[in-house]
Design a protein around this ligand. Structure first.
Ligand code: SF4
Ligand code: ZN
Ligand code: ZN
Length: 307
């Protein structure tokens, strides 16, 4: 097969686009698609300071490399942030790999220790704090990233959610009727008092393409899986979507476009509860409850530690 652009020998074939690319033109195609998603959903404006959440996995590193590239022509600034979640060897390796990439690119970065905020994820597991461990971890990551973004005067917070992640969440919302959550689920979440605007620049990027991009760019990423990862249900949904994609290439893009253009506006109109948040009585961060979930988890861990 030949590259669609330069007719040299192709290295990558994308079935959904019925197109083949050499390495160099795949990288260009990948970066252009991210740029188009940023423009389509008005994710970044000139002069923005964008915090890029980097876990060390392939998606977040692909995001970092693309945003670093685009920042040069689109006139915005990036700051990479990695949270050491305190998950034994997994966290050590993730931080080490993130740092190597920061140094390779020469980007500004911060490494934040969850332990400095009161607990580690290993403690959450050890003391069997109630709630799904990945749910608690997600809350901790959102809390810290938002706090750090505010401290750094950032106007946007970018995460590496890809097309498959996005579709999995909306399918989960349909199946379990979490329409209140879907009313807020979109490629961009506007900024609210105390909350920095969140953006998903890889939202039109299939997961496998991120992997190909990291390989094509020679990016080192964490292959080790988190010991607490229980992917069963989310992976089942992704597999179901992928089954449809295999039979009808392009299904994922069609699902995505139908959701953002037709379904989301209806769900939002019917189920959006408004964006007004209270301030947590303990830490002052935005929350729907009197005390935010982060502070409640922290108190539980401290109580069990002291017991
Ligand atoms: Fe956190 Fe769960 Fe991801 Fe592990 S698998 S890093 S616990 S969200
Ligand atoms: Zn080419
Ligand atoms: Zn709080």
């Amino acid at each position: 097969m030949k590259c669609r652009i330069c007719r040299a020998k192709a290295n990558v074939y994308l079935r959904y686009a019925n197109a083949a690319f050499c390495k160099e033109h795949f990288i260009k195609f990948f970066e252009r698609r991210v740029r188009r998603a940023i423009e389509r959903f008005e994710m970044i404006e000139k002069g923005d300071k964008v915090v890029v959440a980097v876990s060390g996995g392939k998606d977040s590193l692909a995001l970092l490399y693309v945003l670093n590239e685009l920042s040069k022509t689109m006139d915005f600034e990036i700051l990479a942030v990695t949270i050491d979640l305190g998950i034994g060897e997994y966290s050590k390796l993730s931080v080490e790999i993130a740092k190597k990439n920061y140094e390779r690119l020469g980007v500004d970065y911060r490494i934040i220790e969850l332990g400095d905020y009161g607990f580690t994820m290993d403690e959450v597991a050890k003391y069997r704090i109630s709630g799904r461990i990945c749910g608690i971890c997600g809350t901790a990551k959102r809390y810290i990233l938002n706090k750090v973004a505010k401290e750094e005067g950032a106007s946007k917070l970018a995460t590496g959610h890809n097309l498959d992640d996005f579709l999995q969440v909306i399918l989960q919302g349909y199946l379990y009727g979490n329409l209140g959550d879907l009313a807020r689920y979109y490629p961009v979440s506007p900024s609210l008092p105390g909350l920095v605007a969140r953006i998903k620049p890889l939202v039109t990027t299939p997961e496998k393409d991120s992997l190909i991009y990291t390989i094509a760019k020679g990016i080192e990423y964490v292959v080790m899986e988190c010991p607490y990862s229980l992917r069963a249900s989310s992976q089942d949904l992704k597999n179901a979507i992928f089954y449809l994609e295999e039979r009808r290439p392009g299904t994922r893009f069609s699902m995505f476009n139908t959701y953002v253009k037709m379904i989301h506006p209806l769900i939002r109109e019917a189920y959006f509860k408004g964006g007004v948040l209270k301030k947590c009585k303990e830490c002052g961060e935005p929350t729907n409850a009197d005390v935010c979930l982060f502070c409640r988890v922290k108190s539980s861990v401290l109580a069990k530690k002291g017991a």
